[in-house]
Design a protein around this ligand. Structure first.
Ligand code: ADP
Length: 496
């Protein structure tokens, strides 16, 4: 199949969260499965890693294009880039006014005022790319930034070209909390008729909602875990979009993300002190632990467990629980490592913990890919007490690194971590700890159970090995996406 993957971020060109990992890793897995993949994203020159122009062979391709953005016309051009070690063609949409900025969506935590305009432009630029670089069988849109795209294809583009008429569209929701919701006059920017601004299509409580637009107009809708697919059809997790989602019936499918094991695997990881496998984790992981303690300024104590979090610091990720549980967590003989950025009060909280517990708590308020790898390799227990979690990647990275995850049993966390019980230990399936009710008590109970188990070296090693030996690679997920693509295509195949 010829697939156009579209996303507002993708590693190694730009990353703010899991979407960037998924866009690239899924593309790679599909390519390895024999599909022809083009990945299109904005060109953010300020976010490209140093030396990218040579490394990724970035150069112009195709013709300049002009698209309507509301009453105005905006022009842009395309650059091509090579995704290392693959035949995936990357197309970067170049428009400096919109994308030559210090970060993709926000500045100092405040969204850019013209975000709607920027991503309407991006969606229209993708239609221009389809015309220049197509034909494609499938166009795969991701999150609100490309939510308009399925509507543009369905309402406008199919009419003009027989090739586009047959394209199947798939829309993936990576996080329902981010909806691309804008005031109603921004409907004008989309260039679509006001008749689509109704509660069943693009309108949401008086506003324009680009995530809803994608959900309604795509042939197939997916989200990043089976449990999250069920949860978001309920009022508790649906953020008001539960009716639109349940309205899609069996065209809404949950597919658990995989892990890019060429980047995230202790056997090949190039950032960690020594590489290791399930066979020598007991001997080698302590070397990574000592290295981490040195790197972040923790006391060199091999027998004290290191508890880690790498995360956006937000309510979603459970930082309110962490704040409430702080004193009791710290009353245990354990060290803590926090890496992340986010809401100021949470950043302040972990910074203060580090100041008041030097040598026991290390807090790094920054984005640091290399340190994230060292933390996965050097820690013992990884916390993900998220209030909700569409999929989550770090609990899966943790399992592969022999770092036992402790999670709130929701969304992808419930689908990927098997909590330790007598039965799961006997069956050899236990991989971590979880708690059901989102409360400080339930979290602390699970935490204390994890610390008790840590002192039982034999059981702990079993948990580590069970996690490390799982197949969390993308190949299974990619096969599930191909089935979804086939179903999307069938919707436009004339019956014979
Ligand atoms: P999100 O909801 O933020 O997308 P995920 O768990 O799905 O959460 O993915 C987050 C990704 O971003 C993970 O790969 C995680 O390691 C990474 N990450 C988050 N914050 C940081 C940071 N400060 N430094 C390095 N990596 C980070």
């Amino acid at each position: 199949m010829k697939i156009l993957m579209t996303a507002s971020e993708a590693v190694p060109f730009a990353k703010t969260g899991g979407l960037a990992d998924v866009a690239t890793a899924l593309s790679r897995a599909l390519e390895q499965d024999g599909h022809d993949i083009t990945l299109v994203m904005p060109h953010y020159p300020q976010l490209l890693p140093h030396g990218s122009r040579q490394r990724f062979q970035i150069e112009p391709i195709g013709d300049e294009f002009t698209v309507p953005v509301g009453p105005r016309k905006s022009s842009g051009s395309f650059l091509k880039a090579r995704l290392p070690d693959s035949n995936i063609q990357v197309i970067l949409v170049d428009q400096p006014d919109y994308f030559d900025r210090p970060s993709p969506y926000v500045y100092e935590n405040i969204p850019y005022e013209d975000n709607c305009e920027r991503f309407v432009f991006f969606s229209r630029a993708i239609v221009a790319a389809i015309k220049q670089f197509g034909p494609f069988d499938i166009v795969h849109a991701n999150d609100w930034q490309t939510g308009l795209l399925p509507a543009l294809i369905d309402i406008e583009a199919r009419k003009h070209s027989p090739e586009i008429r047959r394209i199947g569209t798939v829309f993936t929701i990576h996080n329902l909390a981010f909806q691309g919701r804008f005031w109603h006059w921004d409907m004008v920017l989309t260039g679509l008729d006001w008749k689509y601004f109704n509660w069943k299509q693009m309108e949401f409580f008086g506003d324009l909602n680009l995530l809803k637009t994608g959900i309604v107009f795509a042939d197939m809708v997916t989200t990043v875990s089976p449990t999250y697919a069920r949860e978001i059809q309920t009022p508790d997790f649906g953020w008001g979009l539960d009716p639109a989602l349940s309205g899609r019936g069996n065209s809404l499918v949950g597919i658990l993300n995989g892990v890019d094991t060429e980047v995230w695997h202790p056997e090949v990881d190039r950032f960690i002190k020594v590489n290791y496998t399930a066979d020598d984790v007991a001997e080698k992981k302590p070397i990574c632990k000592a290295d981490l303690q040195k790197a972040v300024g923790l006391q060199q104590k091999p027998d004290v467990p290191i508890i880690a979090m790498i995360s956006r610091m937000s309510q979603q990720k459970g930082f309110d629980l962490l704040q409430k549980a702080g004193d009791r967590l710290l009353s245990n003989d354990a060290q803590f490592v926090f890496l992340g950025t986010g809401e100021r009060p949470f950043e302040q909280f972990v910074k203060e913990l580090a100041q008041t517990h030097p040598g026991r708590v290390a807090s790094m308020i920054r984005f640091d890919e290399e340190l994230a790898h060292k933390i996965e390799a050097g820690s013992d227990l990884f916390l993900m007490p998220s209030e909700f979690e569409p999929c989550g990647l770090n609990q899966m990275y943790s399992m592969l690194y022999g770092t036992v995850p402790l999670v709130h049993a929701v969304g992808g966390l419930a689908d990927s971590v098997v909590p330790m019980t007598g039965d799961t230990l006997r069956e050899g399936t236990a991989t971590g700890f979880s708690f059901q009710r989102y409360s400080c008590e339930a979290f602390l109970e699970a935490f204390e159970a994890a610390l008790r188990t840590y002192r039982d070296k034999e059981t702990w090693l079993e948990l580590q090995k069970n996690g490390m030996l799982q197949d969390l690679s993308w190949s299974n997920s990619a096969r599930n996406y191909v089935q979804v693509y086939q179903r999307a295509l069938e919707k436009h195949t004339p019956e014979v």
